[in-house]
Design a protein around this ligand. Structure first.
Ligand code: SF4
Length: 136
């Protein structure tokens, strides 16, 4: 059975852990999006990439703030050794939205709507626009 960080460090900050009542539950123990990464429960085997963890009594809000301590931590080393070539050093990142592209698309859409008159057809699909209801 693969161990999660709270089982390795015995921090007690997992759900119902001995320290969770007064210090709070650590985000690594509740991050469902990280579930299964490196074979762990929640972020238990990828805690170095979970923001807001509570290791050593200190809050680590961001990866940058955690990097120095986490990469020399026994949990990181143990998981890396055990997972070998299957080791996932980081969580998959959410796709970035290109705001500039979005804004350009929005402007294009708005100007094409503004230029249409009732009775005209949509140049994209040939359907009537402006006061006509589409029926297929
Ligand atoms: S990240 Fe640190 S404080 Fe949080 S559960 Fe794991 S070992 Fe405990």
């Amino acid at each position: 059975m693969k161990k999660n960080c709270w089982e390795i460090t015995k921090c007690g900050r997992e759900e119902n852990g001995r320290e969770s009542g007064h210090l709070g539950v650590c985000p690594a123990a509740t991050d469902k999006a990280a579930d299964g990464t490196n074979g762990g429960r929640c972020g238990g085997r990828i805690c170095w990439d979970v923001a807001g963890t509570l290791c050593s009594g200190k809050m680590h809000w961001s990866y940058a703030a955690k990097q120095a301590t986490c990469l020399s931590c026994e949990v990181y080393e143990k998981v890396r050794r055990e997972e070998k070539t299957n080791f996932k050093p980081s969580l998959p990142k959410a796709p970035q939205v290109d705001d500039r592209n979005h804004t350009q698309q929005g402007r294009k859409l708005l100007s094409s709507i503004a230029l249409r008159r009732p009775g005209q057809t949509d140049p994209q699909d040939g359907w009537p626009v402006g006061g006509h209801q589409r029926t297929r």
